[in-house]
Design a protein around this ligand. Structure first.
Ligand SMILES: Cc1cc2nc3c(=O)[nH]c(=O)nc-3n(C[C@H](O)[C@H](O)[C@H](O)COP(=O)(O)OP(=O)(O)OC[C@H]3O[C@@H](n4cnc5c(N)ncnc54)[C@H](O)[C@@H]3O)c2cc1C
Length: 452
């Protein structure tokens, strides 16, 4: 409890305490205080409702569902905007991979005028409209660097490092400690980029960029580009490079399921969901693979071997998502995109592959994905796996942990999975929120400055 005494001692110097003591406990005032923290010592603030970490689609969905139930929440975001993954880390030609009806957030459909696969700009416009509609006001430039449940107090203590400035130019500032009863982890499956350890990487002479820094192919015009990784992003970036007259080579290390984005006039995703409803997963897989073969041909002939398990069974068992082809396969067939096996090592002007073949390249794009950052800041050890940063319990049970801890958007089922989590979490918190007056709280909690 020493820290609480320390907190008490600091109150006289504390801008939060100052704003609280004036009776001004609005979210806006707390935001102002968070900004003020940049120049002051550490500060403490009480969050009356749930604290949501991350203002991506998942965090926004939970905030909106809570709002619908009359439960106020606070959203903290490390970046300077909502949906920072979509705003700052995606390529220009990106569209939703799945039809819009599978990517809606709760309580607000996409406008009917939007196409089946909205562009990234349309998706962002939808999210902006969403936060306006539900009056969600995240506190930006607040990176959570630790969160721990205090068993003595029965409360979560969440520490942030306030940041100033635009992405990439952040300046570290004084930390703020938020104290709350419910903590919602919404930092996403894609919080940090994954850079593989490839032998000889430092020897390669040309630029090496992760897909998070790739916008469009104009900088690669006329160049030989090695694209490492054949998920949806790697495949689509190859197509983009072709459109900018670059010469991409795709590294395909493992077996992969490539399916057409549409089959029999409907989306492959929608068709898969429908088949899964009525048929055993293996039968559904056989049908999907048959239809795929009729549309795309034998992908193994072009260097894209299929895994032993079918696409749906593989998804259920390992979370690995099939690639939905948007035109890259035709470029592979025509030879505009070359396919190579795993890299053995990189050399000054190129790469040597495991089949001993060596080729020259001007640049490398790493389409090697992302990972969760939860283990780096959540001192929990129970609910989230230290290794993967994902909930230990499989879908659909991973949304709820112990002591008021929740996880949204860790289902490997995109925005559809996040929306399902968000509704469950809001419903659960609502019960506790309505019963909160009967729960005894430590005196210090009610004495801390409050938000919202
Ligand atoms: C290229 C690409 C295309 C995709 N296309 C689709 C699609 O078509 N359909 C679909 O359903 N899904 C798609 N996805 C998956 C997509 O990531 C998710 O569906 C969606 O963005 C997940 O939202 P989220 O809020 O869970 O995570 P994110 O969008 O990653 O948001 C998490 C937020 O948390 C913030 N954050 C992280 N750590 C901290 C911290 N310590 N403190 C404070 N804030 C923090 C981040 O800055 C970020 O803003 C795609 C993903 C990628 C990369």
């Amino acid at each position: 409890m020493d820290c609480w005494r320390e907190a008490e001692g600091k109150r006289v110097h504390d801008p939060f305490y100052y704003c609280y003591s004036r009776g001004d406990s609005s979210c806006k005032a707390a935001k102002t205080a968070a900004t003020a923290a940049a120049g002051e010592g550490e500060m403490f603030v009480r969050v009356e409702g749930p604290l949501i970490v991350g203002a991506g689609p998942s965090g926004l969905a939970v905030a909106a569902c809570l709002k619908e139930k009359g439960v106020p929440s606070v959203v903290l975001e490390r970046s300077d905007c909502i949906a920072s993954l979509w705003q700052h880390k995606t390529y220009d030609r990106l569209r939703l991979h799945l039809p819009k009806q599978f990517c809606e957030l709760p309580h607000m459909p996409f406008p009917p005028s939007f196409p089946t696969y909205p562009t990234k700009q349309q998706f962002l416009a939808y999210l902006e409209a969403y936060v306006r509609h539900f009056d969600i006001n995240p506190v930006f430039n607040q990176a959570v660097d630790s969160a721990e449940y205090d068993h003595k107090l029965g409360l979560w203590r969440v520490r942030t490092t306030a940041q100033k400035g635009v992405q990439g130019k952040e300046k570290e500032a004084a930390p703020v400690e938020y104290v709350c009863r419910w903590l919602v982890v919404a930092t996403g499956e894609n919080a940090e980029i994954v850079i593989p350890d490839i032998e000889g990487m430092e020897e390669f002479n040309g630029p090496v960029v992760h897909t998070s820094a790739y916008r469009r192919g104009d900088a690669f015009r006329g160049k030989k580009v090695l694209v490492v990784g054949c998920g949806n992003s790697g495949m689509e970036i190859c197509l983009d490079l072709c459109n900018y007259d670059a010469h991409p080579t795709l590294v395909v290390r493992d077996a992969v399921h490539v399916l057409p984005r549409e089959m029999l006039g409907s989306s492959t995703f929608g068709l898969s969901m429908w088949l899964m409803k009525w048929l055993p997963v293996r039968t559904a897989d056989r049908l999907l693979l048959l239809l795929s073969r009729l549309t795309l041909g034998d992908t193994a002939r072009f260097g894209l071997e299929r895994p032993q398990l079918g696409p749906l069974e593989l998804k259920v068992l390992s979370g690995k998502t099939p690639v939905l082809d948007v035109g890259t396969l035709a470029k592979i067939k025509s030879g505009d995109v070359k396919v190579r096996p795993a890299i053995k090592r990189l050399i000054g002007h190129g790469a040597q592959f495991i089949n001993e073949r060596t080729e020259n390249f001007d640049a490398i794009v790493l389409a090697t994905g992302y990972k969760s950052n939860v283990p780096s800041w959540l001192k929990d050890g129970e609910h989230f796996s230290e290794k993967t940063g994902m909930p230990r319990r499989p879908f659909p049970y991973g949304w709820k942990g112990e002591h008021g801890l929740y996880a949204v958007g860790f289902t490997q089922r995109g925005i559809l999975g996040a929306s399902m989590d968000a509704k469950r979490i809001a419903h659960d918190i609502e019960q506790h929120w309505n019963a909160r007056d009967h729960v005894k709280q430590p005196a210090i909690f009610s004495r801390l400055p409050a938000m919202p």
